[in-house]
Design a protein around this ligand. Structure first.
Ligand code: EPU
Length: 417
């Protein structure tokens, strides 16, 4: 089994490129199912979850080829409408294939999705919305059997929570449905905007994305296009956290500051200098870190739950007490026990974590329990005295393109063994 071995306390310095966003690339790959002909996605990250999405596309009968940073999908041979259980279990976002396959083929069979264990991750909102749009969905023996009879039709859908995945599934299903779909209380994440922009480039009529009400006017059919995946805002937050904990100075190339407007002030409160440019972010953490007031994870544009773990890692060495409240997932503090092994002083109760800054972290053998929690251990390892070994790094590979190469390029001592 592979692990990352990190020799900590090296000040990171230099330029580091932020790769394309996993959580954008995955729904875009699913969206390819809707378009006839060929689509090329550029800046498509080389991640295990992206490879899993390509395997699903191949299983459906599409041709899926990678050429450098681009993935080209040709849907001419698309005939299958079922996704086998082992592919569904590989990642949570396999569920967005549901809306896309239903939109294209009118029927779909798949099982419940897998993904990181962050607490219960129901798909009730996805299913209720698709039923409202005319899909008949039977749940039996862990399989979802879906059929749209004479076709999907537009509907007014009010989400009880702005779920990212449910918003994506509805947009995908509605793009070629009959009539207009209106989503109230839609998720507003940058990845939703990326999906809507991509579909519009393929001929869809979607407006209001990025706001709480999204309107989709169904069109007859979609065509292929070329599209560039947006930069990964959580990878950017991870690099900022690594700069902060090592007292370093980094320039994040290809980063989009507007996507992390609630994250950047946290680093400023910690005492870092952050400068924003068109498509880069500069951070300097030459002074010691200070604790921050309460961080509450919230749907976008609030502080992202995906950045909670990496920012917590940086705060373990910040002078004073920081409070973090995790409002999105019920089991997203699994990295805490591992950080404590490294000498961090963190107490959790329910959705609250109290982080008392310590002077030093000490390297230890730790295990990634989920993707972002795993990245947090790497960040902590970079800031810890001595050697840290991070195990179960398959989780980290789901969302970070060779994290060891990225950090080595700016002075970190980190290798995969
Ligand atoms: N929820 C329901 N019912 C539903 C759908 C969601 O109760 O039908 C609840 C979930 O249980 C959770 C909350 O709503 O408590 C938020 O879930 P959401 O649907 O918004 O999340 P998701 O679509 O499953 C995406 C990202 C996650 C990210 C969340 C929140 C992808 C592939 N995943 O998940 O990313 O944490 O939105 O921003 O886009 C990650 O990248 O590490 C990751 C977990």
């Amino acid at each position: 089994m592979q692990r990352l071995v990190i020799e900590g306390e090296r000040r990171l310095s230099g330029e580091i490129t932020v790769h394309g966003a996993k959580n954008s690339a995955l729904p875009l790959l699913a969206a390819c199912v809707l378009s006839r002909g060929e689509t090329s996605l550029h800046n498509c990250p080389k991640l295990s979850d992206v490879y899993a999405a390509c395997r699903i596309l191949s299983r459906l009968g599409c041709k899926c080829e990678r050429n450098g940073g681009s993935v080209t999908v040709n849907t001419d041979g698309l005939t299958h409408f079922d996704v086998p259980d082992e592919l569904m279990r590989e990642m949570r976002s396999s569920i967005v294939f549901l809306g896309a396959i239903l939109g294209r083929l009118g029927k779909c069979r798949l099982s419940f999705p897998g993904g990181c264990e962050l607490g219960p991750r129901p798909i009730d909102m996805h299913i209720a919305a698709l039923r409202q749009m005319g899909a008949s969905i039977r749940e039996e023996h862990g399989t979802l059997d879906c059929d749209v009879g004479r076709g999907l039709r537009g509907a007014k859908i009010a989400l009880s929570f702005p779920s990212v995945g449910a918003t994506e599934n509805i947009i995908l299903a509605a793009a070629t449905a009959k009539g207009q779909t209106v989503i109230h209380n839609a998720a507003r994440e940058p990845e939703i905007c990326d999906l809507a922009r991509f579909l519009n480039k393929c001929g869809a009529k979607i407006s209001g994305f990025g706001e709480t009400t999204v309107v989709i006017d169904g069109v007859e059919r979609l065509h292929g296009c070329e599209y560039e995946v947006c930069p990964d805002r959580i990878v950017a937050a991870t690099y900022l956290s690594a700069a902060a904990i090592t007292g370093g100075e980094l320039t994040l190339l290809g980063a989009r500051a507007c996507d992390i407007e609630t994250v950047i002030p946290v680093f400023e409160q910690m005492g870092c200098t952050v400068c924003l440019y068109d498509s880069k972010i500069y951070i300097s953490a030459r002074r010691g870190l200070k604790a921050v007031k309460t961080i509450r994870t919230m749907p976008y544009p609030g502080f992202p739950t995906d950045a909670q773990a990496v920012v917590m890692a940086a705060l373990t060495k910040a002078r004073g007490t920081s409070i973090i409240i995790e409002n999105i997932f019920s089991n997203r503090f699994r990295h805490v026990d591992e950080l404590v092994r490294m000498g961090a002083d963190i107490k959790t109760e329910g959705k609250v974590a109290v982080v008392d800054g310590v002077k030093r972290l000490s390297g230890a053998c730790v295990k990634a329990c989920d993707l972002r929690g795993g990245a947090a251990l790497v960040v902590a390892g970079l800031g810890a005295e001595g050697i840290t070994e991070v195990g179960d790094i398959k989780y980290i590979d789901r969302g970070y393109e060779s994290i060891e190469t990225a950090f080595s390029s700016v002075g970190g001592i980190i290798k995969r063994v």
